[in-house]
Design a protein. Structure first.
Length: 185
C-alpha cells in the first residue's frame, strides 16, 4: 500500500529561532549576575580608606556630637546622613510616581547598568514607597562595599504587595552622593 502523491512526511522544522532565543536569555542572565557581583564587591570604585570607622546611628537633624561646651562642625569626611536621607527621599518619591528614568539618573556611575533593570522589575504605577526609619552608616569593611554606605530604610506597596527594605546611598568623601542600589523584600 502506498501513500497518495503529495502526502509524505511533514517537512522538518528549523530550531534556529529557539536556539538563538535560549542563548540570548542565558547571556542576559549571565550579564545580570556578573553586574550584581561587580556591584556587590564594589570593584573599580577607587581607593579604599585604610581603616574602617565605627557605625553611626545618629538620626538626621540631631546635629554633630558636642565636645562639652559648643557644637562642633561635621568633619569633611563625616557621613552625610541628612543629605543621604534627602536623596533617598527623592529617589523613592520618583519611584512612587513611576518616573523610572529620573530615579535611575540618581544612580552611581557603577550602578548605571543594573539600577534601571532593578527599577523596571519592581516599579510600576501601583508602587507607593516612603522612608520608614533611621538612616544608618555602613563603614568600609562592614559590608561587601569598599566605601561608606548610608542605609535609608524604606517601605510601601509595589505590584508584589507590601514590602520593606532600604536604599543604599554611596557616601564617599569629596564625591557627590548617589544611589548605589535599593532592595525590597
Amino acid at each position: 500500500m502506498s501513500s497518495p502523491q503529495g502526502y509524505g512526511p511533514p517537512p522538518k522544522r528549523s530550531n534556529t529561532g529557539a536556539i538563538i532565543g535560549v542563548v540570548a536569555a542565558v547571556v542576559l542572565v549571565l550579564m545580570t549576575i556578573g553586574g550584581l557581583i561587580v556591584i556587590m564587591q564594589g570593584e573599580g570604585e577607587g581607593p579604599t580608606p585604610s581603616e574602617p570607622k565605627a557605625q553611626s546611628n545618629r538620626q538626621p537633624g540631631q546635629g554633630a556630637p558636642t565636645n562639652g561646651s559648643a557644637a562642633s562642625t561635621p568633619a569633611a569626611g563625616a557621613p552625610r546622613l541628612t543629605e543621604a536621607t534627602a536623596l533617598a527621599g527623592k529617589f523613592v518619591g520618583l519611584l512612587s510616581v513611576n518616573k523610572q528614568k529620573e530615579a535611575a539618573a540618581l544612580g552611581c556611575e557603577g550602578s548605571k547598568q543594573l539600577l534601571p533593570t532593578s527599577i523596571m522589575l519592581i516599579v510600576d504605577e501601583q508602587t507607593k514607597l516612603k522612608l520608614s526609619g533611621t538612616t544608618t552608616v555602613e563603614e568600609p569593611g562592614t559590608s561587601a562595599y569598599p566605601m561608606r554606605m548610608d542605609l535609608v530604610p524604606i517601605s510601601g506597596k509595589t505590584r508584589f504587595g507590601p514590602m520593606s527594605g532600604f536604599v543604599r546611598i554611596q557616601d564617599v568623601p569629596g564625591e557627590p552622593l548617589c544611589v548605589r542600589i535599593f532592595q525590597l523584600k
